[in-house]
Design a protein around this ligand. Structure first.
Ligand code: AHR
Length: 359
């Protein structure tokens, strides 16, 4: 064999060897220090692409995954924060594929635009579990299961609660503004649709404006400040999460008005979603927020059961719903009905506030 040819073969051999090494190095990085000392990880590696940290609910949801997929439970969890950008989440999924994780958990910021990257995960043989919000796809084989809340039901429950409240207080008519979440997210689509349906079927409720505030306190404050300048007759602010409610209350107070349920005397009633932290529940207790349709962020245990069923080659539940209560300031409305199902309300007390982990 010619000398040049021998050298080329040696170079190719060295390159192949290096490629192999860097692959196992990647894997050890994922596996963390414990596995690095063992050499090969025995743990199940999970890549979690989270929307971001826009709300207290989101932080609680991330914490639920961290508390569940622990090293003691036999897992290595890699969390990638998408900072509310779909492009970041797509990049994170591609990184997980390169890292050869065992499972991918995706909390999608919006519903559309996932087909290409989820096809890549499927081709790599990595099962994907969707949490919280849904994805909109015709190819149902792109994910194995979904865990989350029924956002439209939440919206209808909050809308029906408003309707009942107005009737109990003999208020003939109310103007409502909808402070929406980020447009295209399932939580926004469902909560907006729920309120719209109730307004369309009840003449006492008029939706005078809808504007997106991205589920954040700062943006909600800006949006509500603008709406208060534009409309002098707002009776109810329907906020699509608690962080928006905090911003809306700030705007109401800065405009010299009061957040509260005494609509007949000019107060602006705030209704909201989530109920994950003490601050929101304290606002319900004081009456600044009249009602919260609770949204449970604790998805970790349900996702773990799904993964354990997949590992054992058992059938998995394709859609698992978490449920939430209606947390209210007082007992003006004791229960509401949606599609023939009765939902009782829960008046917030000290014990519930103390029961919440975060501020
Ligand atoms: O998708 C769930 C919603 O997203 C929560 O209600 C909100 O707080 C979060 O940002």
């Amino acid at each position: 064999m010619k000398k040049g040819r021998i050298i080329s073969i040696m170079i190719v051999a060295i390159l192949l060897l290096l490629a192999g090494c860097s692959r196992s190095a990647d894997r050890e990085m994922i596996a963390g220090s414990e596995s690095q000392s063992e050499g090969v990880s025995q743990k199940t590696v999970i890549g979690f692409s989270q929307v971001g940290a826009e709300s207290d609910w989101r932080s609680a949801n991330t914490q639920s995954m961290k508390d569940t997929f622990t090293s003691e439970n036999g897992y290595e969890l890699i969390v990638e924060d998408g900072q509310q950008k779909q492009s970041n989440q797509i990049m994170a999924i591609r990184k997980f594929i390169q890292q050869e994780v065992d499972y991918i958990i995706l909390a999608p910021v919006v519903e559309t635009g996932w087909d290409t990257v989820l096809h890549e995960a499927k081709s790599a043989g990595i099962p994907v579990i969707i949490v919280d919000r849904m994805i909109d796809t015709e190819d149902q084989s792109l994910y194995v299961a979904w865990v989350g809340s029924d956002f439209e039901l939440e919206g209808r429950k909050a809308g029906e609660w408003i309707n009942q409240f107005l009737q109990e207080k003999n208020i003939a008519h109310a103007n409502i503004v909808d402070i929406q979440g980020n447009l295209g997210a399932t939580a926004q689509i469902g909560r907006t649709a729920g309120l719209t349906q109730v307004c369309e079927t009840n003449e006492n409720m008029t939706l005078i404006a809808s504007e997106a505030a991205d589920f954040t306190q700062a943006r909600a404050r800006e949006v509500m400040t603008g709406l208060l300048t534009q409309y002098s007759d707002i009776n109810i602010a329907y906020c699509e999460n608690d962080n928006e409610a905090f911003g809306v209350i700030e705007a109401i107070e800065a405009a010299g008005k009061t957040a509260g349920g005494d609509i007949a005397n000019g107060e602006i009633m705030v209704v909201s979603f989530d109920g994950v932290n003490k601050e929101a529940l304290k606002d319900v207790q004081s009456g600044k927020i009249a009602c919260i349709a609770e949204c449970n962020p604790n998805h970790g245990p349900l996702v773990k059961s799904t993964i354990e069923a997949l590992k054992a080659d058992e059938a998995v539940e394709r859609f698992s719903y978490v449920e939430g209560a209606l947390l209210v300031h007082d007992n003006t409305v004791s229960s509401i009905s949606v599609d023939g199902v009765e939902y009782t309300t829960t008046v917030v007390d000290e014990a519930q506030i103390e029961g919440k982990q975060s501020n």
